[in-house]
Design a protein around this ligand. Structure first.
Ligand SMILES: *Cc1c(COP(=O)(O)O)cnc(C)c1O
Length: 424
């Protein structure tokens, strides 16, 4: 039956981020519950990356699914220009209570890329509305912000934007800060600022997800943010990955001094149940769009903006995040990662380790071409042991759901230690 599903899939489906000529067939997944995915053969896989950082409260969590099911009977979808509804309003109230104090308004879309796209357009139009247009956007090297055209332009990962280089927005890049002085980042920044003012700076605060969980220095980032704020550039925190507890605080920006003007959210926002993105902003940003002339408004809107079911999922998810139980789960996992790091750090096959909150990454000391496709071998190694994670190059990283038990964490760690012996 599973094989049959994969064959039917291969006939008509084009998968994301996949070179179909060299890639094997897609693996059929039949259901998911808690921290486990079950394939069509009934084999269970521990979801060690929370299905791309979304299902952090566990899959098919009844505290979320029941609420959404009830909402579904009440109001399914309605146009959000001119209309409003309780789930959207309640969500805005609750979410803003957790975001940095300067955040006042939320704008809805459907995913992380569109949340970034909206933030970039708001940043560019903000300066236009103030009568001093700015064209240049700033981003970190090796950042990832999504794959719609604007989000792709500010992303630095070449596998995504290679074919489109030079066709999109005007973007300058600075290196991530390695230390509190951020000397190299600031020097590059000053050279950029000497040429033209920057409209907005988009950054993944503290950890760059798609760059194999590359962490950077918080004090160094603060220096960059403070310098940019002096220039009137809008600060855009892309918390699509880091949001909702991943870094140990509800939002990574809480660990920084300088607060963003705009924040992009998605992924765990709806706990993996339904797609939604949110771009929040300060009153200062919002006020620049208020005018007697219509065209100074923000003319951007998607058909499914603020879908009531997605808003309900997000509301139920936030209520779970707020519980003492979930907060203590987050620190429990962070503590377990710390102990595990001490254990593997000095292994001769470990080049480096990184951790922040529930995120743990280890770089393996293997020549990437020694095994042909190292990534596929590592992936297969873990899947065979019933653990789902997605290695990136020579990096193995995990971001387990907050409800992962100590025993389940131990199983993941054990497989990660076994892989070190396997490649030795
Ligand atoms: C995943 C991700 C995005 C893109 O989100 P999608 O929902 O996949 O469009 C943007 N920014 C960051 C930091 C992400 O991790």
């Amino acid at each position: 039956m599973g094989q049959n599903l994969s064959l039917r899939d291969a006939r008509h489906i084009w998968h994301p981020l996949t070179q179909h000529k060299t890639h094997g067939m897609a693996h059929g997944i039949a259901r998911a519950q808690g921290v486990y995915l079950y394939d069509t053969q009934g084999k269970a896989y521990l979801d060690a990356i929370s299905s791309w950082y979304t299902a952090v409260y566990g899959h098919c969590n009844p505290q979320i699914t029941r609420r959404v099911a009830a909402q579904m009977e009440e109001l399914d979808q309605v146009v959000f220009s001119g209309f409003t509804h309780e789930p959207a309003v309640s969500l805005s109230e609750k979410l803003l209570g957790h975001l940095p104090g300067n955040q006042e308004k939320v704008f809805f879309s459907e995913n992380g890329s569109t949340a970034v796209e909206v933030a970039l357009k708001i940043a560019l139009q903000y300066h236009f509305n103030l009568g001093a247009p700015r064209k240049i956007l700033l981003a970190f090297e090796s950042g990832f912000h999504g794959d719609t055209f604007g989000a792709l332009s500010v992303s630095g990962l070449s596998v995504y934007n290679g074919p489109f280089e030079g066709m999109a927005l005007e973007v300058r890049r600075i290196p991530v800060p390695d230390d509190p002085d951020a000397a190299q980042s600031l020097a590059t920044l000053e050279a950029i600022l000497a040429e033209a003012p920057v409209a907005g700076f988009v950054y993944e605060p503290l950890v760059q997800g798609a760059a194999a969980m590359k962490t950077h220095d918080a004090a160094g980032l603060d220096k960059i943010l403070a310098r940019l704020r002096e220039t009137g550039a809008l600060l855009i925190a892309d918390e699509v990955m880091t949001g909702f507890g991943k870094t140990g605080t509800n939002f990574a920006s809480a660990q920084l001094e300088t607060q963003p003007d705009l924040i992009c959210l998605s992924k765990a926002l709806t706990a993996g149940l339904l797609p939604m993105g949110i771009t929040s902003c300060s009153a200062q940003v919002y006020n620049a769009f208020l005018s007697d002339s219509v065209e100074k408004g923000f003319f951007h809107g998607h058909t499914y903006t603020a879908n009531p079911l997605a808003c309900t999922a997000a509301l139920a998810a936030l209520e779970l995040l707020e519980t003492a139980e979930m907060q203590s789960n987050i620190s429990r996992i962070a503590g377990a990662h710390r102990d595990f790091e001490t254990r593997v750090q000095s292994h001769h096959k470990v080049l480096a380790t990184r951790r922040i909150g529930v995120i743990f990454a280890m770089d393996l000391d293997v020549e990437t071409d020694r095994y042909g496709s190292l990534r596929d071998i590592l992936y297969g190694f873990f899947m065979e042991r019933g653990i789902y994670l997605r290695p990136l190059g020579n990096t193995v990283y995990i971001l387990p759901p907050y409800i992962t038990t100590d025993d389940e964490l131990a199983r993941i760690y054990q497989a990660m230690e076994e892989v070190l012996e396997f490649i030795s």
